[in-house]
Design a protein around this ligand. Structure first.
Ligand SMILES: [Mg+2]
Length: 404
């Protein structure tokens, strides 16, 4: 029997801002953009949540709800640093840390009880360490499966610790609403509710064959989750060997930041694909071609393997600056991610869109639907803004497949 501890920082980005600037503590902080800009709130503090702003609320709506709120653009470099410090604290307790997102991880803690007398002591120790070193509060769940640990961490927020003793998984889950199951979002919830299935307990009584009729292969997973077991891994992307994104340029470019902007844009899209197929890349290749057709290629080994564009971009920048030695214009750029490693641990949990992701994507899609793909962007691709016609699907690059 294995044991897992799932930890999630409460209102990660907003809490970091409050941790850095103590005068923001207790105030409604919203990270995502400035007041009345296009775009969405990526992370509202609990004070802002109490006043009706959620992850994915548009900045317009948020400004209406909280006119005196603190609106911040956010700083991904700082957030990365906090994320790394958090993961380092977790790795001090066990090497078996499976990072799910910048502020979430699932730790396999089997056998550690001998060192910490019980799960409560271990969990409190980790929570205290994160609070005193990073000024961040966390929600933690401990259970005999990843899925129950995750659900337990979400039971009360913020600053939660819920331990589900072995053997009590089914009873613990039974009274909870069915949408607590990872992968059951709005649509599936409505479907189930219409059939009178409101709680996970209701779901436990449904035969697995019936769930697979309804949800296809996901049915197996929901049936396993409902009784507190980690579901089977159902998608097989083992055949994918590399992910490439490249494009020719409409005009030869010489400007460094503009070229790096293109690399970032391609990388972002390649990483999104990696996360979809649950792989991390251990090798990164960049390619570019000068206007006289000289082709340059650079390779780097990524250790540990990653699907995070912010980590990989640092390497790209370094490689590009080393390789780009001529003053000639550049006509073609490309990024390839290869030597792919399966990220087995988190596989099932990440593929299941949690409510959080769903809400965020919904907000992004809403804004993009209204104002176009580029209304939600990152600073690094900003330089591309003046160069391309903005289409609803993204920048109008030369390679048509890339606008996807
Ligand atoms: Mg969080």
């Amino acid at each position: 029997m294995a044991d897992f501890l799932y930890i999630d920082v409460d209102a990660f980005l907003a809490s970091i801002e409050q941790s850095i600037n103590r005068s923001l503590v207790g105030r409604p902080v919203m990270v995502g953009g400035l007041k009345n800009e296009r775009g969405i709130v990526y992370c509202p503090s609990y004070e802002a949540r109490a006043r009706g702003v959620r992850m994915g609320t548009s900045l317009f709506e948020a400004a209406k709800l909280i006119p005196d709120g603190v609106f911040l653009k956010g700083d991904s470099f700082t957030y990365d640093r906090y994320s790394q410090r958090l993961m380092n604290i977790l790795r001090d307790h066990t090497p078996r840390v499976d990072q799910i997102s910048p502020d979430e991880a699932c730790l396999e803690i089997t056998g550690l009880e001998r060192q910490f007398s019980d799960w409560n002591t271990l969990a409190q120790k980790i929570k205290t360490k994160v609070r005193t070193e990073l000024y961040l509060s966390t929600s933690v769940g401990v259970a005999s499966s990843r899925v129950v640990a995750k659900i337990a961490s979400e039971i009360v927020k913020p600053d939660n610790l819920t331990i589900v003793p072995p053997g009590e998984e089914k009873d613990f889950l039974a009274p909870l609403p069915v949408e607590k199951i990872p992968g059951i979002g709005r649509v599936n919830k409505r479907l189930l509710n219409e059939m009178g299935i409101k709680t996970i307990g209701d779901l436990q009584t449904i035969p697995e064959e019936y769930l697979t009729t309804l949800f296809g292969r996901n049915g197996h997973k929901f049936a396993a989750y409902a009784i507190g077991r980690d579901g089977p891994l159902i998608r097989d992307f083992s055949a994918v060997r590399s992910v490439n994104r490249e494009t020719g340029l409409a005009n030869d470019l010489t400007d460094r930041s503009l070229l790096l902007g293109h690399f970032y844009y391609l990388l972002e899209r390649a990483c999104r694909r990696l996360r979809q197929i649950q792989k991390k890349a251990a090798r990164l290749t960049i390619k570019f071609q000068y206007c006289d057709f000289e082709r340059i290629e650079g390779r780097a080994t990524i250790k540990p393997a990653s699907w995070d564009e912010k980590i990989l971009y640092r390497q790209i920048k370094h490689m590009f600056d080393t390789l780009h030695r001529r003053r000639r214009g550049i006509r073609f750029v490309g990024v390839a991610l290869s030597n792919l490693k399966s990220s087995l641990y988190s596989q099932s949990l990440i593929l299941d869109q949690t409510e959080k992701n769903e809400r965020l994507l919904e907000g992004i899609d809403k804004i993009r639907g209204k104002f176009g793909f580029l209304a939600v962007g990152t600073g690094r691709t900003m330089a591309m803004n003046d160069l391309y016609r903005h289409k609803v699907t993204g920048y109008e690059l030369r390679t048509p497949g890339l606008s996807k």
